[in-house]
Design a protein around this ligand. Sequence first.
Ligand SMILES: [Zn+2]
Length: 234
Amino acid sequence: MLSPTGAAGAAAIVGGGASASAQAPSLLKPAPPASELTPDTALQLLREGNEAFLRGEQTSVLTSAQRRLDIAKGQTPFAAYVTCSDSRVPPELLFGRRLGELFIIRNAGNTVDTVALGSIEYAVAELKVPLVVVMGHESCGAVKAATQVVTDNAEFPGSIGPMIEPIVPAVLAARREEGDLLDNSVRANVRRVVKQLRQHTDPILLEPQRSGALKVVGAYYDLDQGKVDFFDLP
Ligand SMILES: [Zn+2]
């Protein structure tokens, strides 16, 4: 149910309160700029946003004119987000985040190729995001296609085959696990990409991870429940 708790919550929901302080992050307030957040506080913002999403606290002012004008001067997103192109997993909605708060890289199967890697490096080096999240999801079509390559020697037309190739090793690893092959493959694919980003040898990603300024975490989104499970935390 949509029921803000107490006066502070109510003020936050309507965007009122000139000095609504930094505690109790509200979906209607911009997140602090990346420079004011640690990897863990950035992750906490996402956790709280998803909890609000689960409570049905979707905002209708995600794109206020003032906010648009404010961030036209420059962006300070607090997380880079790698996820699937699937129409059911838009990060801003799942976390109740506003314009200018998430730097998003999307492709079917949430893999990281050179273009995606460069985008992540830009977010870290130039925008100083303290957090990179790699999120897979239930019933992912791209991962399912990769499982069919492994189990049925399936072939896919056009560039779809090459696109899902990087997912195949995750399926091969998941095949050794108990349980549902597709679900296990989705998580294995996330773990592979997280590992790729953690072990990437370029200092752009390596140095901030060593100093504690950056964390890379994995996540899994359950389509029916709407819940994001953060896993593979460093
Ligand atoms: Zn997908």
